[in-house]
Design a protein around this ligand. Structure first.
Ligand code: AP5
Length: 297
């Protein structure tokens, strides 16, 4: 696994953090040297380069107060993560846990589509035809929907967690063309025979949006149990169609993200699955801190 490194904000990124790091120098010439060496560093290694806002560095203010100059060094980007896996592999469940800890904006292609279906929009009506058959909704509907959500201010500011996108080579290519690049691609692996049972037992709480399973993650109270709903595509017959679509596309998508992919065993209690993901995300953040440290040294 090759993971990008950068000046990531620490795990407390969920809380608002100052976005600019300042370095104190004893003279303007020293501060310029540091500034120049940071640019040299960025030029040498494309991975951290992605994580720095070039314009921020170019416009870094030089504040001269007696012999002290402050250089705006680098503005760390927040995490950008993709979570992929077969239907019912646990993407939504893990996204709940990841967003709770890391404060990323959860963007689920399936949720965006279901919202369109519920709103009865033209896109929603078209999308439902494909979702009913377990097929991919056409790119002209999905791609712009996801792009617009990724470019909203909360996603840019807090980082994003993309769930169920991209699902085809064309979707991955579109993302690349928009200049939207992830730090990590997580693939949840679960044996197929388990997936059908997970789908059939899944229930959703329309009030909290939480995902339950009648056997593996039952509702906490009678009140919650009484209001749980079922997705229209959560039948054994439909999940088999969704699985077929997944198998037709997964290798092509993986080929686009070889360098940033980690495979996670999703056939374990959800807390254990999260521990594997948490470990990878923590390492990513640690690498970021180390890079920031080496810049400041
Ligand atoms: P989407 O909504 O994304 O469905 P999916 O990919 O089939 O995935 P699911 O939401 O079914 O499962 P999940 O992996 O989130 O699992 P969950 O955590 O809920 O897409 C639906 C449709 O929209 C597609 O078929 C397609 O038509 C369309 N679409 C979506 N994205 C598209 C795109 N990019 N392009 C084109 N079309 C697109 O868990 C499932 C169950 O298992 C739950 O009950 C949960 O409690 C339980 N569970 C979870 N983890 C565990 C665990 N570790 N142990 C035991 N039980 C667990």
């Amino acid at each position: 696994m090759a993971m990008a490194c950068s000046g990531h904000m620490p795990v407390e990124a969920a809380k608002p953090q100052p976005r600019t790091h300042f370095l104190a120098c004893d003279s303007p010439s020293n501060s310029r040297k540091i500034f120049a060496s940071s640019l040299h560093f960025l030029g040498k290694d494309p991975a951290p380069c992605r994580r720095f806002h070039a314009s921020h560095i170019k416009n870094a203010p030089f504040a001269r107060r007696s012999k002290l100059a402050l250089v705006a060094m680098a503005k760390p980007d927040p995490l950008k993560i993709m979570l992929s896996g077969a239907p019912a592999s646990g993407k939504g469940t893990q996204c709940e846990l990841i967003t709770k800890k890391y404060g990323l904006v959860h963007i689920a292609a399936g949720d965006l589509l279901r919202a369109e279906v519920a709103a009865g929009s033209e896109n929603g009506k078209r999308a439902k035809e494909y979702m009913e058959k377990g097929q991919l909704v056409p790119d002209e509907i999905v791609v712009m929907m996801v792009k617009e959500r990724l470019l909203q201010s909360d996603s840019l500011e807090n980082g994003w967690l993309l769930d169920g996108y991209p699902r085809s080579l064309s979707q991955a290519t579109a993302l690349q063309e928009f200049g939207l690049q992830a730090d990590l691609f997580i693939l949840l692996e679960v044996p197929e025979e388990i997936l059908v049972e997970r789908v059939v037992g899944r229930r959703l709480d329309p009030v909290t949006g939480r995902i339950y399973h009648l056997k593996y993650s039952p509702p906490e109270t009678e009140e919650i149990a009484a209001r749980l709903t079922r997705r229209f595509d959560d039948t054994e017959e439909k999940v088999k169609l969704r699985l077929r679509t997944h198998h037709q596309n997964v290798e092509a998508v993986l080929s686009m993200y070889k360098d940033i992919t980690i495979k996670v065993n999703g056939d374990a209690p959800k807390e254990n699955v999260f521990a594997q993901i948490d470990n990878a995300l923590s390492k990513l953040l640690e690498q970021g801190k180390a890079t920031s440290g080496s810049l400041a040294a």
